[in-house]
Design a protein around this ligand. Structure first.
Ligand code: NDP
Length: 274
């Protein structure tokens, strides 16, 4: 089993650079799917209140027999709970569903700037951090102006910004803003839910290394320094996505994949999400 590198967050917490995402994993299947992922070697699980499957993640951790300290769990605040007290209450329910008395990383899932004040929501996450409910706190889908408002208006720089990134949507400007503030970038939908997998550049580079296009795309993310957590319910793909640490893309290959960027956003624009 290859060792997964870790990234050190801005409060010194270590996060495995490769994890396992459970968006769209049916709640009733989640415990078995996550147990399978643990079996492959994943030790970082990315869930959210919105996914409805935190309880399955918690069940998998208990059934696995793994030490809780050996697993990194991220969850995210759902959009309907941005009011300060609602955020605290929703977090308590997250803990109840996951079991145990902390999560490793808790994120504001979307900024919701049209309908809520995400700075107040951020203050609730700071409270959760202060009382030890989360080892680190961060944001997701935050644009540069959202980040600046949170940084200027609070005492805590988000540890991560989890955003859509894949070879067709490289997000270099936002990644640079994250880096400028010491915020780690997490790439969601790292293979664009499969959309990039037939790309001839990825398949050709893969053939050269005896790797699949999914492995090439994931390797590109990792070499850029981002954190990824591809989702799959298929055990062979879990193994495939894990086997990206025995290959190195050279500068020319990285550049060719960089060149695939076409600003193709699949999810909603964070300013429009309501
Ligand atoms: P991914 O880019 O991880 O793609 C998942 C899809 O690709 C599934 O349909 C899966 O199929 C398929 N797949 C996975 N591996 C392979 C492979 N090796 N070969 C071929 N097909 C493959 O998309 P997600 O949107 O799930 O993103 C990953 C994670 O990011 C989520 O699970 C979630 O944790 C997070 N996320 C966060 C968001 C946010 O707003 N913060 C938004 C969206 C995602 P199958 O399962 O059938 O095998």
């Amino acid at each position: 089993m290859p060792d997964v590198p870790t990234i050190t967050l801005n409060n010194q917490v270590q996060i495995p650079q490769l994890g396992f995402g459970v968006f769209q994993v049916p709640p009733e299947d989640t415990a078995d799917v996550v147990l399978e992922a643990f079996d492959v070697g994943y030790r970082h699980i990315d869930t959210a209140e919105m996914y409805g499957n935190e309880a399955g993640v918690g069940e998998a951790i208990r059934r696995s027999g793994l030490d809780r300290g050996d697993v990194f769990v991220t969850s995210k605040l759902d959009n309907g709970f941005h009011e300060y007290d609602d955020a605290l209450a929703a977090f308590d329910e997250t803990l109840e569903r996951l079991g145990g008395d902390y999560v490793d990383l808790f994120l504001v899932h979307w900024p919701m700037p049209k309908s809520t004040d995400y700075l107040k929501t951020w203050h609730a996450l700071e409270q959760i951090l202060d009382r030890g409910g989360a080892r680190a706190i961060g944001v997701s889908n935050f644009e540069p102006d959202h980040l600046r408002r949170v940084i200027d208006g609070s005492d805590t720089v988000p540890a991560v910004n989890q955003i859509e990134i894949h070879p067709y949507f490289a997000q270099n400007e936002l990644r640079a803003v994250n880096a400028e503030h010491g915020i780690a970038t997490e790439a969601w939908s790292p293979i664009a839910q499969g959309e990039v997998l037939d790309d001839p550049v990825l398949t050709e580079i893969g053939e050269r290394h005896g790797k699949t296009s999914a492995q090439v795309a994931l390797r590109w993310h990792v070499q850029r320094g981002d954190i990824v957590f591809p989702k799959t319910v298929t055990p062979e793909r879990m193994r495939e996505n894990f086997e990206i640490f025995d290959v190195e893309l050279d500068a020319d290959e990285m550049e060719r994949i960089d060149g695939l960027d076409r600003g193709h956003r699949r999810g909603p624009h964070p300013d429009e999400m309501n």
